[in-house]
Design a protein. Sequence first.
Length: 260
Amino acid sequence: MTATPTIRAVIVDDEPLARARVKEFLAGESDITVVGEAADGAAAVDLLEEQEPDLLFLDVQMPELDGFGVLRVLGVERAPVTLFVTAFDQYALQAFEAHALDYLLKPFDRERFGRAVERARELIRGRRAGRGADEALAAMIRKTTPPTWSDRIAAKAGNRTVLLRAEQVDYVEAAGNYLRLWVGPEKLLLRETLQSLEGRIDPARFLRIHRSFLVNLDRVREVEPYFHGDAILKLQDGRRLTLSRTYRARFEERFALRGR
């Protein structure tokens, strides 16, 4: 008899006791292994991209990036089966109850937890059986309040504060605790994480192409192959950015380049 594949789970919550409770209850689920934890949305995105788990326990209200922001940054097609863990029923009760995904309202008991996990388990089995994309997750995101993307960015240039329209930015580069916003030849600074900025600007215009880069897609002119699955993006002004293999599939899907 073939053994049932292990379900790999990640827990994201800014409360250590809440994470511990989920881990305690998961100890009774022999087919589920916790492969990572995160305490904020920005760290969650990195962890999820690294581990690519099957199952995600996700808090709604967190520092840096909330739970909805995490899913938007990750993208519906790349997100694991998600169970929301929240102390606020207004985020979950009406938005999620009608869908295949579930929510856990704090404080939850073992019985309620077990029902939610079984629901998630069925979705994961469906994915592994190749029964198509997880429409429940897409529907959940559509039914939440539509995001209002930031159109303005306030960045620093020396002692000046420069008010930009997001569309003016060519690309964004992570630099320690700051971001460098490249606007033509000018370099501006913003004290924010790349994940946080990515979660509040329009994903139809800006796309993550590297752990350290976010690019305005309107500025991309050419794509050149590089080494080890990476590629080079040449911008309209001739500048070149690395498209890492981790983010290449998402970029190619955006431009319908897969298989070419």
